[in-house]
Every structure is written in structure tokens, then in C-alpha cells.
Unconditional design. Structure first.
Length: 93
């Protein structure tokens, strides 16, 4: 639900959930922002003409691997922040 002030609110079965929860649901199905359940016109040529990096993205989303790649990216981002915070807490004593 998009609110007038620009904020968003997400609900599944009338329960408030995070955007990450909704993303996880779709990533687990092989559907994502760039994935297709029905191949649109011109998509076959895009797959055939895709560079290796683009082809890998298509295949990872189809196989459901993108979910784990996104989780790893999130953890790699959060780990240095948490490590720095823990170190600061340990040295402040």
C-alpha cells in the first residue's frame, strides 16, 4: 500500500510485513524484477544475444539462485558495520 506521504506499507494476509519478506517470497519462486513467467516477444533474441554476465543473471533467476546471491550481498554489506560496532563496544569498557 502506498501512502499519501510517499511511505509504503506491505501486507500479506492482513499482517504487516517488511519489503524484504515479499522480495524473498518472489525470489524463492524464480520470479524477480528481471524474471519472466511468460516469455515476451523479443525475449528469446535477448537471451541468444546476451553477454555472458547477462545470461548468468537470466539463468540464476530461473534456477532460484538469485535469492541466495541477494542474501549474501546483504550480509557482506552488514558484516563490516556489525564488526565495527562490536569492536567499539568491546574497547569502550
Amino acid at each position: 500500500m502506498l501512502l499519501r506521504d510517499g511511505d509504503s506499507s506491505y501486507h500479506i494476509n492482513n499482517q504487516h510485513v517488511r519489503r524484504k519478506d515479499i522480495t524473498d517470497i518472489f525470489l524463492g519462486t524464480g520470479l524477480g524484477a528481471r524474471a519472466y513467467a511468460i516469455i515476451e516477444q523479443g525475449m528469446i533474441s535477448r537471451i541468444i544475444e546476451a553477454k555472458p554476465e547477462e545470461l548468468r543473471i537470466f539463468l540464476e533467476e530461473a534456477a532460484g539462485v538469485s535469492k541466495y546471491r541477494d542474501r549474501r550481498r546483504e550480509l557482506n554489506f552488514a558484516l563490516p558495520i556489525r564488526t565495527t560496532t562490536c569492536y567499539a563496544l568491546m574497547t569502550s569498557c
